[in-house]
Write a protein that binds this ligand. Structure first.
Ligand code: HEC
Length: 166
């Protein structure tokens, strides 16, 4: 092997080694035996992401007397509550599962009845009571400053909440 060829081989080796080293440095290595952590949104995150928009949309549906959509949205809100209980059965020292059932079940049933009878006055009353339970729960979990009210306007400019005309 000529000197030139030998030094070329050496150089190639060095380049290959450093590339491998670089490759190693860039690959994030998980500790042995650890499984990737699944994302667990905070209770406040879930309230903001799922409960709050559903509560808003349910209110807007009622204001428009869009009963088919209101029934759908009430069901979505119910599922949001169920998922929260699954992710956060207890929060700090509070049993969220029990508190959720104790506070929301009765007004949710009342909203459902009002929707079934297409009764706007009953809906407003039941929706008001549902909103009051949001706040009752916030008060009993040391979040009295989170105050929920019936929506005064739609924050969803791309959605029409009026009933679909046949
Ligand atoms: C079972 C108790 C409970 C019920 C019922 C409940 N919440 Fe909450 N909510 C909480 C707790 C506790 C927090 C604070 C979570 C935190 O700080 O991480 C919270 C936080 C929130 C927040 C986040 C505050 C912010 O501005 O960032 C919103 C929004 C919210 N709730 C909306 C609602 C609405 C709307 C309802 C009713 C449809 C409702 N909540 C019903 C317990 C409840």
């Amino acid at each position: 092997m000529s000197l030139k060829a030998a030094s070329l081989a050496l150089l190639t080796g060095i380049v290959t080694l450093s590339l491998l080293g670089l490759g190693n440095a860039q690959t994030p290595t998980a500790p042995q035996g650890s499984t990737p952590q699944s994302y667990r949104p905070g209770l406040g995150d879930l309230m903001t992401m799922t409960v709050q928009p559903r509560h808003t949309k349910l209110g807007l549906a009622g204001q428009e007397k869009n009963w088919i959509y209101a029934a759908y949205e009430l069901h979505e809100l119910e599922e949001s509550f169920e998922r929260i209980v699954r992710v956060w059965p207890t929060y700090r020292k509070t049993n969220i599962a029990e508190l959720m059932a104790a506070t929301t079940k009765e007004p949710m049933d009342a909203v459902s009845q009002a929707i079934k009878s297409a009764d706007a006055a009953r809906f407003n009353d039941a929706y008001g009571r549902l909103t009051a339970t949001c706040n009752a729960c916030h008060q009993s979990t040391e979040r009295p400053f989170v105050v929920i009210q019936a929506p005064k306007a739609s924050p969803f400019p791309d959605q029409d909440f009026r009933p679909v005309k046949p």
